[in-house]
Structure formats: structure tokens, C-alpha cells
Design a protein around this ligand. Structure first.
Ligand SMILES: Nc1ncnc2c1ncn2[C@@H]1O[C@H](COP(=O)(O)OP(=O)(O)OP(=O)(O)O)[C@@H](O)[C@H]1O
Ligand SMILES: [Mg+2]
Length: 501
């Protein structure tokens, strides 16, 4: 039985068609993957389903009822819950206040039934197998806890259809496992899912059927079991997709950065030497300290002890500004919380770092910026109608490209990239890898933190594996494999070595 039929949906934004007669059919009780490149129209289609946007034409049938042009509230009432690509929570409210926002339980006299709301939260968290304190402020939660909270909201709404728009981009591999357990649990109870992701392994792990969009058009639908990642990718990107090996060994420069017994919040005794022009991968499980390490180099977190030397001089960092002045760039993880300035245009978002650096030259030369914008747009293949639109009008992956460009505009020599391909589609990922290698060839030094090992295999000269805040192994390019990394990242290597004795 079909729970959802979207028929011939079309939508244009200011005259630019984004969806062209798209069909989407979802069966009750399945996990349906909605796939396509950045800007293909996936989020827009879901926004139409949930009443955020109205379609220009087409029809939406949900659970036997025509819900075309319904409002957000009506779609919620019908049993559709949407966990947006960029989470929608109030950081300065408590967990239970977020869950019951606008649906507060009150007594007849209008007083809040706080204890009851807290109690109900605990019930749902138990059901999901998570331990979150309903009284905690949301700003103190981790990315995965926030994600779980969004799902909890959907459960309170008793959703029949739950849309997860790239739910895993800010999650670690372990957190993804937990999320998938929750999805499977709810699926067993009869919930239907639409799942949007750019990560093929997880699509194949969790989905039953799939639909591919390309450039706002329906391309193909089918059973996941009847296809392969290669086939789906070529439908997504057309014939131009290439998986060719792009890594090649290059002569590296002299030592540019060194760390001697460096400790900070979440990492300890880091000993590391990075050469000019090198691409160094760093990886580890959630909480292994890789992200904190990058944040400390950039001055966002402190360094407690140890010595950092950059370009032959001791580098005592006390602020982000100081790092930037020393030509260090940092693309942080978690786009929504750390990169997006929602009230600014694409152009303003792209230049914000450069403006900070050139604050002694207060005149903004927009024609110069527009020229450079054109180059970056081409370089990174950013899908944007005009640079003067708000950055939030871009699709998620295209926003991420803008934040990449934000740092390419500065003349940084050291690029610290934390999960740089977050939300970027397979084709564009390959482009970004090429760009990183090109930058390295030109003499830039790049440190990439990633949990996607295939990503590190394609670009990293070496890879430092972190376990519990320490570097436990430095792998050469040829040694980087999923198996070897996991052995060290989980500290299983001791056990394995012992077995071989
Ligand atoms: N409010 C808006 N105003 C103008 N253009 C928009 C708006 N919302 C979306 N678009 C445009 O519609 C197109 C499709 O965007 P959409 O967000 O649906 O892509 P997506 O498939 O979700 O991509 P991603 O994988 O990058 O998230 C993009 O070119 C985007 O810029
Ligand atoms: Mg999207």
C-alpha cells in the first residue's frame, strides 16, 4: 500500500524552475531513500510535502487524502514529521521545553504541567534508548543528542511518516549506528521513513527502496536490493562521474608545523610534524579528540601545555584572530552551528573571513569581490542564481561549498578542515578532493579531520589515528585502509597483536 503519492510536482523560485513534474511514491512501512546531487531538489520536494512551500502544480496524496497546499500545521496533524537538514531547535530553551514548544501541557487554569511534560520526555527517551536529561539546556547537547531530540519530537507528534533530511552529516559513526537502531525500532512499529543522504554505505544499509532526482527531474525509482552504488551514482550525476584515482605522491617541503607534547581539552601529548605541502589526515572515533585538536590550533579552544612551532617560530595562540593573521584557516564541522550567518547574502558569507583580516581597510570593493566570486563559483561548481540571495536559499551542499570558498579567499597557508565534505554529493566530493590536492601541490598545508576513510585514502599523504585523545598510530598513504584505521581507532590492535604472538 502506498502511504504517499506526490504526482507531477513543479516548483520555481523567482522564475527559476527547481522541480519539474516530479513523482514520488512511498509505500507504508518502508525506508525510502531520496537521492540526488546537491541542488537536485530533494529538500524542496520535502518542503512541499510538509507545507513549507506550496507547489506551482501537481498533487500530493497522503494516507488516502489529498493534502496538496496544506499548511505546516496541517501536515503535522496528518502525521508527517520533518527533521530538517539544518536542525530546528531553540538552544536557549530546555529539552522538554523544545519538545513541547507550542504544544505545552497546561492545567485548566492555564498553568504549565511541568512534571508531566518531563515525565513524558523520559518515557520517550527510554523508548529510544537514550539518556538525555529533559531539564538540560539544548545548547549543552551534542549534535547527536540534538538529532535524537528532533526524532523524539516526531514521536510525540505520533508521526506516521518521518522525513530525515541528511540526519547523519554531523554524527560520528557510532552515533549513526545508534540513529539507525532507532529507525529500525520505529520501522518495526510501523513508521514510514523518507531518508536523504549522500553517503552510499548508509543508504544501502538502511533503505528498502529509492528514488533519484536530477536537476529537479524524476529519474528512477526501485528496490535497493536490485541496484548498486555505482548504478545509482551514475543516474544521479549523469555520465560525467569519474572514480579515477587522483592521489599521486609528490615531493613535500620542509617541516612547517610541529607539535611537541601538546595537550588541550580532549587531547594529550600530541607529537606531530607536518611538512609544507602535505595533506595530513586525522581520524578517530567520536570523542577521540581530533576535532578539539584542530580547534585548539585555530585558537577556538586553549592549548594547556606543550610546544607548537609554525614556520620555525614558537606559536603561542591565544585567539582565532591571531591564528588567522598567521595564515591559518579553519573550516569547522557542523555547518548550521558554526558556519552559517543566516541573515547575510551568499557573497557576504563568502567574504566574512577576508573582511575580518583586512579590517584596517574598511572599504569593501564589491566589483573585485564579484570577480573572485565568479572564480570560486566556477571552481567549486556552486549552484546559485545570484550572489546577493541569502545564503540559506542555497541547498545544503552548496552552502558548504560557500564556506570552503570563505577560506580559499584568504591567503591562508595552513588549512584545517573538519569534516569538509559534510553534505556534499558524490560528484562534488571528487571535485573537492582534486581541489585539496591542487592546493597542496601549490604548497598549502592541509590537515583534514574525517571519519570517512575512503576520503582519507583518496587525498591524505599520511593519517594520524587518534584514540582517547592520543595519537596511537601514524599511517603512510599506502597503509590507510578501513580495517587498519579501525584497528587503531578502537584500540583493538593490542588484542590482535597478542593473538598473533
Ligand atoms: N527559498 C529559496 N529561494 C530560492 N532558491 C531556492 C530556495 N530554496 C531552494 N532553492 C533552490 O532550489 C534548488 C534545489 O535546492 P534543494 O535545497 O531542494 O536541493 P537538495 O537536493 O536538497 O540539495 P542538497 O543535497 O545540497 O541539500 C537549489 O538550486 C536552491 O538554490
Ligand atoms: Mg537538501
Amino acid at each position: 500500500m502506498n502511504i504517499l503519492e506526490m504526482k507531477k510536482i513543479s516548483k520555481a523560485f523567482v522564475g527559476v524552475p527547481v522541480l519539474k513534474e516530479v513523482d514520488l511514491t512511498v509505500r507504508a512501512g518502508e525506508v525510502h531513500a531520496l537521492l540526488g546531487e546537491n541542488g537536485a531538489g530533494k529538500s524542496t520536494l520535502m518542503n512541499i510535502l510538509t507545507g513549507v512551500h506550496t507547489p506551482d502544480s501537481g498533487q500530493v496524496i497522503f494516507d488516502g487524502e489529498d493534502i496538496t497546499n496544506c499548511s505546516i500545521a496541517e501536515s503535522e496533524k496528518k502525521g508527517i514529521a520533518f527533521v530538517h537538514q539544518e536542525l530546528n531547535l531553540f538552544n536557549d530553551l530546555r529539552v522538554y521545553e523544545n519538545i513541547f514548544f507550542n504544544k505545552e501541557l497546561v492545567t485548566r487554569a492555564g498553568r504549565l504541567r511541568k512534571q508531566e511534560m518531563i515525565h513524558k520526555c523520559n518515557d520517550v527517551f527510554d523508548r529510544l534508548g537514550v539518556s538525555i536529561d529533559p531539564l538540560e539546556m539544548v545548547e549543552h547537547l551534542s549534535a547527536s543528542e540534538k538529532q535524537t531530540l528532533e526524532i523524539a519530537k516526531a514521536i510525540f507528534a505520533e508521526a506516521k511518516l518521518l522525513i530525515l533530511d541528511e540526519p547523519t552529516t554531523a554524527l560520528s559513526n557510532e552515533e549513526i549506528d545508534h540513529l539507525f537502531e532507532i529507525v529500525n525500532k520505529l520501522k518495526a512499529e510501523g513508521t514510514t521513513f523518507i531518508f536523504i543522504s549522500h553517503k552510499m554505505p548508509e543508504i544501502f544499509r538502511i533503505s528498502d527502496r529509492y528514488t533519484v532526482l536530477r536537476n529537479g527531474e524524476f529519474m528512477e525509482t526501485g528496490n535497493i536490493a536490485d541496484t548498486t552504488a555505482q548504478k545509482i551514482t551514475s543516474v544521479m550525476v549523469g555520465s560525467s562521474f569519474s572514480t579515477a584515482e587522483i592521489y599521486h605522491t609528490r615531493p613535500l617541503g620542509d617541516e612547517l608545523m610541529s607539535f611537541k607534547d601538546v595537550s588541550g581539552p580532549g587531547f594529550e601529548d600530541i607529537v606531530l610534524s607536518v611538512r609544507k605541502g602535505e595533506v595530513l589526515g586525522i581520524t578517530g572515533l567520536q570523542g577521540s579528540g581530533t576535532s578539539e585538536f584542530l580547534q585548539s590550533v585555530f585558537g577556538e579552544l586553549p592549548v594547556f601545555t606543550g610546544e607548537v612551532v609554525i614556520g620555525g617560530k614558537e606559536f603561542r595562540n591565544n585567539s582565532i584572530h591571531h591564528a588567522m593573521k598567521n595564515r591559518i584557516a579553519f573550516l569547522p564541522a557542523n555547518r548550521k552551528e558554526n558556519s552559517v550567518v543566516p541573515d547575510m547574502s551568499i557573497l557576504e558569507n563568502m567574504y566574512i573571513s577576508e573582511h575580518t583580516l583586512s579590517s584596517d581597510k574598511p572599504i569593501i570593493k564589491q566589483d573585485l569581490e564579484l570577480g573572485k566570486y565568479g572564480v570560486q563559483k566556477e571552481n567549486l561548481n556552486i549552484k546559485a542564481a545570484t550572489p546577493h540571495n541569502l545564503v540559506v536559499s542555497l541547498s545544503g551542499g552548496n552552502q558548504q561549498k560557500v564556506f570552503f570558498a570563505r577560506w580559499l579567499n584568504t591567503e591562508a597557508e595552513i588549512l584545517l578542515l573538519d569534516n569538509p565534505t559534510q553534505g556534499i554529493d558524490v560528484g562534488a566530493k571528487a571535485e573537492i578532493y582534486k581541489l585539496i590536492l591542487k592546493l597542496a601541490e601549490e604548497g598549502k598545508t592541509v590537515v583534514v579531520n574525517s571519519q570517512e576513510i575512503p576520503e582519507l585514502q583518496r587525498i591524505a599523504d599520511r593519517c594520524a589515528v587518534f584514540y582517547s585523545g592520543r595519537i596511537v598510530k601514524l599511517l603512510s598513504h599506502d597503509e590507510i585502509t578501513e580495517h587498519t584505521v579501525m584497528m587503531y581507532a578502537t584500540n583493538a590492535v593490542d588484542v590482535e597483536e597478542a593473538k598473533q604472538l
